[in-house]
Design a binder for this molecule. Structure first.
Ligand SMILES: O=C(O)CCC(=O)C(=O)O
Ligand SMILES: [Fe+2]
Length: 261
C-alpha cells in the first residue's frame, strides 16, 4: 500500500492534476493543505484519498497507479476495523458488537499522505498538532518516522515497526465513551530524508447525503452512564460535528468542546 501511495504521488503532475480538488467527498482526490489559510502554518505534505466505506468510488475512477492495492487494502482494513471495535467495546465493558452496531465503522475515509524530504525541518511542520475527529484511525506508516503523540505533556516519537499499524483514538470515541477514552493529540515532524508515506483510515459514522435518511446523532452510550458518571456531552449531530471539524484550521480546538455539557 505504501508503494501504491508513493507511485501515485510521484506521477507526472499533468496526470495528477486531473484528481486535484477540494471536494473530499465525491470521488478519488488529491489535495494539499485542506485547511490552507485557516491554520497558522501550511503542512509539508500532499494527500490522496477517497471515501472507502460504505463504498469505494467505482474502480474506473481510481488511478491505475494505486487502484488494485487500494481496493485490497480497504477490504482488509474493513475486516480489521470490525475486530478493533469489538475489542474496544469489550474494554468499555459493553457487548462486543456494541460499537459496530452503533455504526462506528460504517463510514471510512482513506488518506495516503506524502511528506517530501524537507531541507529545513527546524522551521517546518509536517502536520500540526491535532486530534482526529473519527472514532478511531488505523494508521500505516513507513520506516522514516516523524509521527509523535503527546503523552504527559511531552512529544513522544511513535517508532515505526515493520508490519505494525498504529491505532489512534479519536474525538467521536471520546464522546460516546463519555471521556473513558481520550482522543490522542498527535503531529508529524518533517525530516531531511524522505519522502515519508503514511496511510490513514478514519472510522466515522455515515455522514454524507444519501447515506442515511435521518442525521445520525451520537451521545454518551447509556450503559456507561450512572449517577456517579453523568453525561459530560450532549448528543451531537455528526454532520454538524464534521462541519465544525472541517471548517476550522487543524490547529484549532477540536469540535468536542462544542458538545460538552
Ligand atoms: O502521517 C501520519 O503519520 C499521521 C497522519 C494524521 O495524523 C492524519 O491524517 O490525521
Ligand atoms: Fe491525525
Amino acid at each position: 500500500m505504501i508503494q501504491g501511495v508513493r507511485r501515485f504521488h510521484e506521477l507526472d503532475p499533468e496526470i495528477k492534476k486531473r484528481y486535484y480538488t477540494r471536494d473530499l467527498i465525491s470521488g478519488f482526490f488529491l489535495v494539499s493543505n485542506f485547511d490552507l489559510y485557516r491554520s497558522a502554518a501550511a503542512s509539508w505534505r500532499d494527500t490522496m484519498g477517497c471515501v472507502a466505506a460504505p463504498d469505494l468510488p467505482p474502480p474506473e475512477q481510481l488511478p491505475d497507479a494505486t487502484r488494485d492495492i487500494l481496493i485490497e487494502y480497504s477490504k482488509q482494513v474493513k475486516q480489521l476495523s470490525k475486530t478493533i471495535l469489538e475489542l474496544l467495546s469489550e474494554a468499555l465493558g459493553l457487548e462486543p458488537n456494541r460499537l459496530n452496531q452503533l455504526g462506528c465503522g460504517a463510514g471510512q475515509l482513506l488518506l495516503g499522505h506524502y511528506y517530501p524530504a524537507c531541507p529545513e525541518p527546524e522551521v517546518t511542520i509536517g502536520v500540526t498538532d491535532h486530534t482526529d475527529a473519527s472514532f478511531i484511525t488505523i494508521l500505516l506508516q513507513d520506516q522514516i518516522g516523524g509521527l509523535q503523540v503527546l503523552h504527559r505533556n511531552k512529544w513522544v516519537d511513535v517508532q515505526p515497526r515493520k508490519g505494525a499499524l498504529v491505532v489512534n483514538l479519536g474525538d467521536l470515541l471520546q464522546l460516546v465513551s463519555n471521556d473513558k477514552f481520550i482522543s490522542v493529540s498527535h503531529r508529524v515532524v518533517p525530516k531531511r530524508i524522505g519522502p515519508r508515506i503514511s496511510v490513514a483510515c478514519f472510522l466515522r459514522p455515515l455522514i454524507h447525503k444519501g447515506d442515511t435518511d435521518s442525521p445520525p446523532v451520537y451521545g454518551p452510550i447509556p450503559e456507561l452512564l450512572s449517577e456517579e458518571n453523568p453525561p459530560v456531552y450532549v448528543e451531537a449531530d455528526v454532520r454538524e460535528f464534521m462541519r465544525i471539524h472541517s471548517s476550522r484550521g487543524l490547529d484549532e480546538p477540536s469540535p468536542l468542546q462544542h458538545f460538552r455539557v
